[in-house]
Ligand binder design. Structure first.
Ligand SMILES: Nc1ncnc2c1ncn2[C@@H]1O[C@H](COP(=O)(O)OP(=O)(O)O)[C@@H](O)[C@H]1O
Ligand SMILES: [Mg+2]
Length: 87
């Protein structure tokens, strides 16, 4: 049982490590000034921000569809944060 768990951990840990290294490399190449996510965004702060639409953009379907999303709103409302998270 113990051996099975160790083996299982090793097996799953390697792809996770590779994936996070790849993400790290892509982030460094991106030129983005900070690494943010939609998970850390405070959706309760301004309920007018369309959470659902932001998570839809986060699927990157718009890239496959050749569409250009535009984030519009007053300064300081998190447009850049959301854009960076998606990028
Ligand atoms: N709802 C929020 N939850 C967490 N951080 C936020 C939120 N709104 C804004 N911020 C933070 O406030 C700062 C300004 O937001 P930013 O995305 O630059 O606004 P905008 O591009 O709309 O002017 C950023 O550091 C951003 O991460
Ligand atoms: Mg901005």
């Amino acid at each position: 049982m113990i051996h099975h768990e160790i083996f299982s951990t090793l097996l799953h840990d390697e792809p996770d490590t590779r994936r996070s290294r790849l993400l790290e490399r892509h982030f460094n190449l991106s030129g983005l000034d900070e690494r943010v996510s939609l998970e850390e965004f405070d959706w309760g702060y301004n309920p007018k921000i369309p959470k659902r639409a932001c998570f839809d953009l986060n699927t990157l379907k718009f890239v496959r569809d050749g569409e250009n999303p535009i984030l519009i709103g007053p300064p300081g409302t998190g447009k850049s944060h959301v854009a960076k998270a998606i990028a």
